[in-house]
Design a protein. Structure first.
Lengths: 144, 144
DNA sequence: TGATCTGCCGATTTACATTCTGCATAGTGG
DNA sequence: CCACTATGCAGAATGTAAATCGGCAGATCA
């Protein structure tokens, strides 16, 4: 994990379709050596996968909200229960008064309400506090 | 945006390196037709870009926190100020008592504290409330 | 100094993206 | 009811890039 690797990661985050020849030129390596570097980054798990970024609005997911989930019981093993709700994009166990923080994308606020209903159905969930996003400044990859 | 498009998006989110021939087989189309579909999804902006998912821990960003930022002034135009802090991965204007919600990744809690310091330096920011993530259940793409 | 390992280059081979032609279907307007 | 045009797909072509390989140079260690 040297400076070249970090540079490659940054370039790939911007556009993972960039040919190895162009990547190599940017970092001062041949296409073959660049290919090696990226392959090793994948093997080591630094690069988890290659994916496409999809516009949430185009998928009918124009409403974004963060929900603090309170619990009356241990929910540290209930990851699957949260994963079963497809509108939930992220779920984190947190330190503090609430227990779990989830990121939710729905088409409408009515559907958001329905997600809250399904959250309450999870064993141990005793309350929710939803915060609706009015405007997203930015969402970007982790800077290498 | 029919069922085939949604299926293609799901497949590409899983692995954007899948050849068009394989994608086509999965959705019941030829490679050429699949290529057309994906090209149009890109042109329409449904697919924003192709990127790589990087393990935050491998980049020395093992600490994840969400920070509620309170403000005494209008901060709806201060997106650039937040973007100038590289540890901030997301920034959203929210409805509720706080004004902005940011997602922060740092190597240590000391660095998290330093980010809070830089947040306070933004005009109008009057307070912060940080919530540290203990465990991430999952982070996944928006389900098509 | 000799041996081994690592990283890189350059070329080869293979695979895939991309483009093109032609066809079928579904709308559109006379 | 019949041309006319759009659109979407298949199948084959062409081009380009991915993936693989052999060999070399520098580093590390015995």
């Amino acid at each position: 994990m040297d400076e070249v690797d970090r540079h490659l990661l940054a370039l790939l985050q911007q556009d993972a379709t960039t040919p190895y020849a162009a990547l190599g030129q940017a970092v001062g390596l041949s296409a073959g050596a660049t290919h090696d570097r990226v392959r090793k980054l994948r093997e080591r798990g630094v690069i988890r996968r290659t994916t496409v970024e999809v516009d949430p609005a185009a998928l009918g997911r124009g409403v974004l909200a963060f929900v603090m989930v309170d619990s009356s019981r241990w929910v540290g093993d209930s990851g699957d229960r949260f994963a079963a709700i497809p509108e939930i994009q992220e779920a984190h166990v947190i330190a503090g008064s609430a227990s779990v923080l989830v990121k939710v994308r729905t088409a409408t606020t009515e559907q958001l309400q329905d997600v809250l209903r399904r959250l309450y159905a999870i064993d141990g969930v005793s309350g929710t506090q939803a915060t609706v996003v009015l405007e997203t400044f930015f969402e970007r990859p982790v800077a290498p």
